[in-house]
Design a protein around this ligand. Structure first.
Ligand code: FES
Length: 125
């Protein structure tokens, strides 16, 4: 069967990691794409400046589920600064690429993570 998605995208779509809401998160952020209607919420727990736990809820397409799952794997265990520095290209590369029409789905993952971190930083002040 031919698919325009990489095996990694399909695997994360079929078995997404870190799915679910979180009780008492240290940070929570939502980012949505008005054009396609997809929306991602990310929850984080932070200890000693490190993201120790992370989860997500997403309403969206195959690629948005895969990118949400992958960004949680990439961010877990990273410092706040390292997580903020994750780029859309790194996320796409980690998934072995996305079809051209689905590149914008990676924005959801990166911006959702940054929104959760910004919420954490705001609460910390
Ligand atoms: S189609 Fe818009 S996030 Fe996937």
């Amino acid at each position: 069967m031919y698919s325009e998605y990489s095996m990694k995208v399909i695997e994360h779509f079929m078995s997404p990691r870190n799915v679910g809401s979180m009780r008492d998160p240290d940070g929570e952020g939502t980012f949505g794409d008005l054009k396609c209607g997809d929306s991602l919420t990310i929850y984080i727990k932070v200890r000693d400046n490190i993201i120790t736990d992370i989860s997500f809820l997403v309403f969206g397409c195959t690629a948005s589920i895969a990118t949400s799952s992958m960004i949680t794997e990439m961010a877990k265990g990273k410092t706040i600064e390292e997580a903020l520095a994750i780029t859309e290209k790194e996320l796409i590369d980690a998934l072995d690429g996305l079809p051209q029409s689905k590149i914008h789905c990676s924005v959801l993952g990166v911006k959702g993570l940054r929104a959760a971190i910004e919420d954490y930083l705001k609460k910390k002040q």
